[in-house]
Design a protein. Structure first.
Length: 130
């Protein structure tokens, strides 16, 4: 089955779908920075399975950026922010409450064993202590 991820921001919305959330289905922003049709064509993927193409396109862009003396599409700062968001989601699941960004003193080591637990669908928490 396909997945859908909506990202709602102050100045725009993106809807991602497909087998591995790899297709840009909507790209609407108040400030037209990029042509939506161009973004959909350039950055959507149609992988052969749910695992997608991994990070191959990301690596190719970084190599091209180095060779052409330009900023990569995804910068190191973008990567740090994405990692912080994932860690915030993990922390929220672990503590069963909302967390504030930016995170303070959080490490991937804080989540060892967290996902070895079974989902607790009845309580809606997503994680059971069983």
């Amino acid at each position: 089955m396909e997945e859908t991820l909506y990202i709602f921001g102050e100045k725009g919305t993106a809807k991602l779908g497909g087998k591995s959330v790899n297709l840009i289905e909507e790209w609407k922003f108040s400030e037209t920075l990029d042509d939506p049709a161009n973004v959909k064509e350039l950055y959507s993927e149609n992988p052969p399975n749910v695992y997608g193409f991994g990070h191959t396109p990301l690596y190719a862009d970084v190599i091209d950026a180095i060779l052409n003396n330009r900023e990569p599409y995804v910068t190191a700062e973008d990567g740090r922010k994405a990692l912080e968001l994932v860690l915030a989601i993990y922390l929220s699941a672990k503590e069963k409450k909302a967390v504030q960004l930016p995170l303070q003193n959080v490490s991937t080591l804080d989540f060892i064993g967290l996902f070895n637990k079974t989902p607790d669908v009845e309580n809606g928490s997503g994680i059971s202590d069983d």
